[in-house]
Design a protein around this ligand. Structure first.
Ligand code: ZN
Ligand code: ZN
Length: 354
């Protein structure tokens, strides 16, 4: 945490602010270890301050290290009092998080102080994971593999999508997952063409492809993986589309190493799918960073300005979605290593017919 806050302090100084107000609760967790739901942090050159209300007092005393704790009744007034005590002149705030309302009220109570909007720089720091975070992401991905074992055991003609999803989720919860990263996607047959087809009461039929996209949370860290299965024998078209997506994903993964623009990772998958004649059926970005948030920096898409760096964890998830027919998506989490990548979600990926 100390090292993380030192990075924030450096960056704050570079941006000419003498105090930085952190309002994004995930960023607060990242900088303090606090797992509660409501708090503020003020990072200054000399010292860091952690502010929360009395409901979280005990928890903050237990979890938050190396920051001075203040309990407030009214948060903005407490922040204002602290800022004037410390005689801060320019206070940076997270303009990508603070609401317009809160900003207006803050400006009122902080008269004489310049409020400087700063967008997403802690999120930028968070893109590169430290050792502790990589361990949590590994553990999260390991728990997630139990969901897939359960899915593979349960998928058969006649089973209901939501029953499979429920059992898969229960397997991860049983083994220690604290929750789900997002609503489980279990989309069979034509529903596979919906990239966000949440598990429904549709029954799986023989010969259908099933897209299973799941994620769990472990110690605050999200995991994210997609497999596409065939129930019964796969037809020629099912096999062909599956192979195109699998090869596209392999090509994208093989580009991963520090310094490579994220747009290039995306392009490797996108160009391959286009060359195979399915260019019109891949509408979303190839991937995203994953950590305390399920979608975070970097962006892995055609217009991304981000570049890969050691310690980043991204997903690679190309797909082909054909309305009325179905879809295929294959997704893994990859850690960017010093000279390449390591897959965190690895299980076999050849088309599995259940
Ligand atoms: Zn996913
Ligand atoms: Zn994803």
């Amino acid at each position: 945490m100390k090292k993380r806050r030192a990075l924030v302090r450096e960056e704050a100084a570079r941006r000419g602010v003498d105090g930085f107000l952190v309002t994004d609760i995930r960023n607060i967790r990242y900088l303090s270890g606090f797992t509660g739901g409501s708090a503020y942090m003020l990072v200054t050159a000399g010292r860091d301050w952690f502010l929360t209300d009395s409901r979280y007092g005990e928890q903050a005393r237990d979890e938050v290290r190396a920051a001075s704790l203040r309990i407030y009744k009214k948060p903005l007034e407490a922040i204002a009092a602290l800022v004037s005590e410390l005689r801060l002149k320019v206070v940076g705030f997270e303009s990508n998080n603070l609401t317009v309302d809160a900003h207006g009220r803050l400006r009122k109570v902080l008269s004489g102080v310049r409020l400087k909007p700063v967008s997403g720089f802690i999120n930028g720091i968070r893109a590169r994971k430290d050792r502790f975070e990589i361990e949590q992401l590994r553990a999260s991905a390991r728990l997630l593999s139990l969901c897939y074992e359960t899915t593979e055991r349960m998928l058969r003609p006649g089973v209901v999508e939501s029953e499979v999803a429920f059992e898969a989720e229960a397997a991860a919860r049983d083994a220690g997952a604290e929750g789900l990263a997002f609503d489980t996607i279990m989309a069979s047959g034509w529903r596979g063409a919906l990239p966000h087809g949440k598990a429904s009461d549709k029954r799986v039929r023989k010969g259908e492809l099933v897209v299973a996209d799941m994620g769990v949370v472990f110690n605050g860290y999200n995991s994210d993986c997609t497999r596409t299965y065939c129930v019964g024998r796969a037809g020629a078209r099912e096999r062909e589309v599956y192979q195109v997506v699998l090869d596209a994903q392999r090509r994208a993964i093989e580009t991963i190493r520090p310094g490579v623009p994220c747009s290039e990772v995306d392009r490797a998958a996108r160009d391959y799918i286009a060359e195979a004649g399915y260019g019109g059926y891949f509408g979303h970005g190839t991937g995203h960073g994953v950590g305390l948030d399920i979608h975070e920096q970097p962006v892995v898409g055609p217009a991304s300005k981000d570049a890969l760096a050691e310690g980043m964890v991204i997903t690679v998830e190309p797909g082909i979605y054909i309305p009325g027919w179905g879809g295929v998506r294959i997704e893994d989490m990859a850690l960017v290593t010093k000279d390449g990548f390591e897959i965190l979600t690895g299980t076999a990926k050849d088309l599995l017919c259940l």
